[in-house]
Design a protein around this ligand. Structure first.
Ligand code: NAD
Ligand code: TYD
Length: 357
């Protein structure tokens, strides 16, 4: 008989945001048992969780959410009372070159988890006070904004990239399981995250890495596209609040109220890097290189998160300049992490340790 108050399955916990969510839950809730299920794709990296891997309330399991038999058996064996689902293929550029991978993990994988949760919780006598299937999604499902306006929870879905279309598909399936089977779900749609442990294919960590190594920093098109940036730990904090407090069936937008044109963000980053690396101001901006635009590149994302702020008093904790400087400090202090990730060394290391299911 387990002595833990809750038994939570977190999927994708070896990734960027997932590792922050796992760390927060493992440290904050010693009476919750956390199972981190992750396939360890190129984006999954257990180095991200070195500081919690020996905690008694934490366990890692390597596995693929697309494997329905494996997922059904896992739920039968463990009888999780809640799920926080982050596992996904997450990079828009990769979705343009390989959409099928995105359909498999983001849509089929999500439906496998929904089926297993529904089958496990249906009519079961549960010791936990509440079951929840928490689905972590993106603001990109709403499409692209013009110069003004914000995405609200009522904005129509209008995804453009294979990534955002696959996330939109998963959101619809999650909501359908609430409407059809009464599965207690919560969905949050968040803006662009930044912070430590971010895989250096996304704009901010890629730019930090390239500036540090005096390599060109690719800016798509004219750099005029706008993103709303949120510090990853603020996202994890919002997930913690919503996981515990949001009503079943609800949706929340999470955003930083922090819009930046890509080119302005990169210029700011260049100036922070010049300062940190003791380079003459203006040195790093010379690395900016305008390259061919991304196909179907959404122009502007901006989030209205007033529902989350009004219902639960959440707000971003950091000013962007401060968060960005902290992020740069982390990358400069974690040379080994960056070196192992960019060389691919981390992949073979963990692949050998964990059998793939
Ligand atoms: P990430 O790419 O860093 O991590 C994804 C993780 O999922 C990796 O550890 C990977 O190994 C794992 N994974 C992939 N396929 C899997 C499979 N088939 N089975 C099991 N595990 C698998 O992604 P992230 O940036 O941390 O994003 C996490 C979630 O948050 C995603 O659902 C994403 O759509 C959403 N999101 C991301 C952002 C952002 O700015 N990064 C913003 C809003 C929402
Ligand atoms: P990204 O970090 O890939 O996140 P998303 O596409 O999910 O918003 O990209 C953020 C913005 O930066 C987006 O407008 C595309 C742009 N971008 C570049 O200009 N250069 C790059 O090398 C990358 C990866 C992105």
């Amino acid at each position: 008989m387990s002595t833990f108050k809750k038994h939570i399955l977190i999927t994708g916990g070896a990734g960027f945001i997932g590792s922050h969510v796992v760390r927060l839950f493992v440290n904050k809730y010693p009476d919750y048992k956390i199972l981190n299920l992750d396939k360890l794709t190129y984006a999954g990296n257990l180095m991200n969780l070195k500081d919690v891997e020996r905690k008694p309330n934490y366990e890692f399991l390597r596995g693929d959410i697309v494997n329905s038999d494996f997922i059904q058996n896992l739920f039968k064996e463990r009888k999780f009372d809640s799920v926080i689902h982050l596992a996904a293929e997450s990079h828009v550029d990769r979705s343009i070159s390989n959409p099928m991978e995105f359909i498999m993990t983001n849509v089929v994988g999500t439906v496998n988890l929904l089926n297993a949760s529904r089958d496990t919780w249906k009519g079961a006598e549960l010791t936990a006070d509440r079951n929840i299937f928490y689905h972590v999604s993106t603001d990109e499902v709403y499409g692209s904004l013009g110069k003004s306006g914000y995405f609200t929870e009522k904005s129509p879905y209008d995804p453009h990239s294979p990534y955002s279309a696959s996330k939109a598909g998963s959101d619809h399936m999650v909501r359908a399981y609430f409407d059809t089977y009464g599965l207690p779900i919560v969905i949050s749609n968040c803006s662009n995250n930044y912070g430590s442990h971010h895989f250096p294919e996304k704009l901010i960590p890629l730019a930090i890495h390239n500036i540090k190594n005096n390599r060109p920093v690719p800016v798509y098109g004219k750099g005029e596209n706008v993103r709303d940036w949120l510090y990853v730990e603020d996202h994890a904090r919002a997930i913690d609040i919503l996981f515990h407090k949001a009503e079943a069936g609800s949706t929340y937008n999470i955003g930083g109220q922090n819009e930046w044109r890509n080119i302005d963000l990169i210029r700011l980053l260049c100036s922070i890097m010049d300062r940190k690396l003791n380079r003459k101001e203006g040195t790093s901006t010379q690395l900016i290189s305008f390259v061919k635009d991304r196909a179907g590149h959404d122009m502007r994302y901006a989030i209205d998160s007033s529902k989350l702020q009004n219902d639960f008093g959440w707000k971003p904790s950091l000013q962007f300049e401060e968060g960005l400087a902290k992020t740069v400090d982390w990358y400069l202090a974690n040379e080994e992490w960056l070196q192992k990730v960019t060389s691919g060394e981390y992949l073979s290391y963990y692949s050998q340790q964990y059998e793939h299911r």
